[in-house]
Design a protein around this ligand. Structure first.
Ligand code: ATP
Ligand code: MG
Length: 267
């Protein structure tokens, strides 16, 4: 009898390019897998770039050539007692099939599978993959063009999928990314009102615009933020709202062994 646990399927997704899909997929996967005791896998369906796979290659090379990172990796994996999370390259139209055959091919159990999908909702295959997520989280930037594109994407998904009770998808949540400055300006209030009128749920946490999001393993051995082998460094997480975002997400998706914290601010 197969008693394997059913992982949750989660995607950071939107049709708009360059708003943080891949970045948040990696940040969430690494934080939850290396720091919070979950077992995750990543389906890299961003064909043909496969940017997460490429990132893993860079990360691995950097660790292999640098004793400083080598020791860091050695210590981390020794104390974790598990390996780096798997990253599976797949065709966006066959994301589900690939995920299922991957899971059937391993004895490992997973709490969450993250899917990095391309933004082409016009492709039936991608839409089908999105329909089979448990949850979708959509980064949005306060810019008119991004707003228009995101609203049309989110509304289509909402209408087509969320309101169809027979589908797996339970919900789509928007969240602000690349917020300029430490506080949100009035513009956000106006946009939020529109989003609310459309009945689209938004996360409370917003993510500021900061250079840290581009910090990977490097020859300078500086603390690392975005990596497929390590969680974002604690010193860099401060002020990015990453932890708050992930707590809010964990509370929504409710993985088994829910990691909860009271630190979520009620702004
Ligand atoms: N909060 C942030 N502050 C500053 N830079 C950010 C932030 N979020 C993302 N970025 C940067 O924005 C760029 C685009 O991010 P990313 O590649 O994750 O987007 P994407 O949606 O996956 O893009 P694509 O559509 O090309 O797949 C990256 O250089 C990333 O580091
Ligand atoms: Mg991407």
């Amino acid at each position: 009898m197969n008693m394997k646990k059913e992982p949750l399927f989660v995607a950071f997704s939107t049709q708009k390019g360059g708003v943080g899909k891949t970045t948040f997929t990696v940040l969430a996967a690494s934080y939850l897998h290396y720091l919070k005791g979950y077992n995750v896998a990543v389906m890299d369906c961003d064909y043909p770039q496969h940017s997460i796979n490429a990132m893993r290659k860079r990360d691995t090379q950097q660790v292999e050539k640098d004793d400083y990172y080598k020791l860091m990796a050695y210590n981390q994996f020794k104390s974790l007692g598990k390996k780096a999370y798997p990253i599976i390259s797949c065709n966006p139209d066959e994301a589900l099939k690939s995920a299922n055959s991957f899971m059937a091919s391993t004895d490992q159990e997973f709490d969450i599978l993250f899917f990095d999908l391309p933004g082409t909702v016009h492709s039936a295959g991608v839409l089908q993959s999105l329909a089979n997520m448990d949850h979708i989280f959509t980064p949005i930037i306060a810019d008119r063009l991004v707003m228009e594109s995101t609203l049309s994407f989110s509304l289509s998904i909402n209408e087509l999928l969320v309101n169809n009770a027979s589908l797996k998808l339970k919900g789509l949540h928007l969240f602000w990314n690349q917020v300029d400055g430490r506080e949100k300006t009035d513009l956000y209030g106006i946009y939020e009102q529109t989003i609310k009128e459309f009945g689209l749920p938004m996360l409370r946490t917003f993510i500021p615009d900061t250079k840290r999001f581009n910090k990977e393993l490097s020859n300078e051995r500086k603390p690392v933020f975005r990596s497929t082998l390590f969680p974002a460094d604690k010193r860099l997480v401060k002020g990015t709202h990453l932890e708050e975002l992930l707590i809010e997400i964990a509370n929504i998706i409710q993985p088994q062994g829910l990691w909860q914290s009271k630190q979520v601010s009620q702004k």
